[in-house]
Write a protein that binds this ligand. Structure first.
Ligand SMILES: [Zn+2]
Length: 175
């Protein structure tokens, strides 16, 4: 026998559909782990809800996670990168890298529908283009609201007050 079973197996493992399947499973696993990482500034939103995670793929045996920062200079990005690293290490992903992609720039359009819903439940009005009308109160739904301050607890939020229920609320600025 010239062809050893070992050589055969190695060949198979490089290109077999089974291996591709495993990779896909691994990808889904990584996405689900990233889904558990919350934005430090808005703890009800995962980094996937925010649309920060752009891609997960494999470069040979190395996992590559591509992220796009939100508002420029957002200090939360360093925390997020650390959390991604810790999450992958904890799950035994030995080889990975985190790539930052700046273009196209992140926009609030990338927020998932689930993310918008979570924001509302949390009492933050989700971002919406100015052209789409008034910002509705996340507490009572009234469209009758007004801006109090362009800057809320963080630079990405503004403070509004509802004219109907009188409650102040944060508005996640459109970006
Ligand atoms: Zn209200």
């Amino acid at each position: 026998m010239v062809t050893t079973p070992n050589a055969k197996r190695q060949n198979l493992s490089r290109h077999s559909p089974a291996e591709a399947g495993r990779r896909r499973t691994r990808n889904a696993d990584i996405w689900s782990w990233l889904e558990e990482i919350m934005d430090p500034e808005i703890p009800v939103l995962s980094i996937c809800d925010l649309g920060i995670v752009r891609d997960v793929h494999w470069d040979g045996a190395e996992a590559v996670v591509t992220i796009t920062p939100t508002y420029s200079g957002c200090p939360a990005m360093a925390v997020i990168t650390d959390e991604i690293r810790a999450s992958l290490q904890k799950r035994g992903i030995a080889r990975f890298r985190i790539e930052t992609q700046l273009s196209p720039a992140w926009t609030t359009d990338w927020l998932s529908e689930k993310g918008r819903e979570r924001l509302r439940e949390y009492g933050i009005a989700p971002p919406r283009p100015k052209s789409s009308g008034p910002i509705a109160c996340p507490h009572c739904g009234s469209p009758s609201t007004h801006l109090v301050s362009q800057f809320g607890s963080t630079a990405c939020k503004a403070i509004y007050v509802c004219d109907s229920c009188r409650e102040p609320f944060d508005y996640f600025k459109c970006h």
